[in-house]
Write a protein that binds this ligand. Structure first.
Ligand code: ZN
Length: 257
C-alpha cells in the first residue's frame, strides 16, 4: 500500500452509459483547442471502466478513458463538451508553483516545509552552499547544484527518519522490521506485509506534520493492508488532521517532483 502523489490527477466523471458497439481501433492521440492553444489528448480504452473519464495529466496533456461499449467519436465529443472544465484545470495547474529543473545559487527550494534560497556560504564561498540549516559541499558553485544537494538531503533523511518511525511504532504497539529511505519517483512511502516501511527522502522537504502523517499512514497499513473505511478510521484516530497533510502534499506535489 502506498501514498501516491496526488496533485495532478483531476478527474471528472459522467454518468454510466451502456451500449454494445463493436470496438473500432482507438487513435492513440488527437488534439483539442482549449483557450486558443492545442492540448494533446490521449484516448485509452478500458474495458473495466464504467463511464467516460477525462483527466488532466501533470505534463499538461489530457486523457480520455473510453468505457466498455464506448466509442471514439463519443469520447471526442465528451472531451469537447468538457473543454471549460479542462481550461479551468489547466489554469490551476499553471498557477501551482513548479519545481525548478536546475538548482543554482539563488534558487528557492523546499526544506522542512519552508522555501529556502540557495546561497554561497561565507567566508569561503567557493565550494560550500548554504541550504537552510545545512552547509553542503559542492564540486562547483557555478554548476547545477541539484544532484549534490539532493544527495545531501537524502542522506540527512536516511539518518533522521528511522528513529521517528520506530518511535511512532512503539507508541502504537506496532512492530516494524526495517525502515528504508528511498528515492521513489511516485510514492511518498510504502509498507510491506513483512513490516518494512519505506519513506521517500523528499519528506525532508515537507513540514514535520506532513512527514509524520506519511509515517502514520504507512504504519496503519500494518493494521489494515488496504485503504478501506476501517483503515481510514485507524489513520484518523492516530492523526486527526491527516486531511490537512494530504492537502499540503497535493498543493506541493509539483515542487517536490
Ligand atoms: Zn496507503
Amino acid at each position: 500500500m502506498f501514498a501516491k502523489w496526488g496533485a495532478d490527477s483531476f478527474t471528472l466523471r459522467v454518468q454510466f452509459k451502456f451500449n454494445w458497439n463493436p470496438l473500432p481501433p482507438v487513435p492513440a492521440e488527437w488534439s483539442l483547442v482549449v483557450d486558443g492553444r492545442p492540448v494533446r489528448v490521449t484516448l485509452v480504452r478500458n474495458l473495466r471502466a464504467r463511464r467516460y473519464v477525462l483527466r488532466l495529466r501533470a505534463d499538461g496533456s489530457a486523457r480520455v478513458t473510453i468505457p466498455r461499449g464506448g466509442s471514439v467519436p463519443e469520447a471526442q465529443r465528451f472531451a469537447e463538451r468538457n473543454q471549460a472544465w479542462l481550461a479551468r484545470q489547466l489554469q490551476r495547474q499553471a498557477a501551482r508553483p513548479q519545481r525548478p529543473d536546475q538548482w543554482i545559487l539563488g534558487t528557492e527550494i523546499l526544506f522542512r516545509g519552508e522555501l529556502v534560497k540557495l546561497a554561497a556560504r561565507e567566508p569561503n564561498p567557493s565550494r560550500w552552499v548554504q541550504c537552510g540549516s545545512e552547509t553542503i559541499k559542492v564540486a562547483e558553485l557555478a554548476a547545477d547544484l541539484r544532484a549534490a544537494i539532493e544527495k545531501h538531503l537524502w542522506r540527512l533523511a536516511a539518518k533522521e527518519f528511522p528513529p521517528i518511525v520506530h518511535a511512532f511504532a512503539a507508541r502504537h504497539q506496532l512492530s516494524v522490521n526495517r525502515v528504508t529511505v528511498r528515492n521513489q519517483r511516485s510514492r511518498w512511502g510504502s509498507c510491506s506485509r513483512r513490516g518494512t516501511i519505506s519513506l521517500n527522502w523528499r519528506l525532508i522537504q515537507t513540514p514535520a506534520f506532513v512527514r509524520d502523517y506519511i509515517v502514520l499512514h504507512e504504519l496503519m497499513h500494518l493494521r489494515q493492508m488496504n485503504h478501506s473505511a476501517r483503515y481510514w478510521r485507524e489513520v484518523e484516530q492516530v492523526c486527526p488532521d491527516y486531511a490537512v497533510a494530504e492537502r499540503w502534499l497535493k498543493r506541493h506535489a509539483t515542487l517536490l517532483r
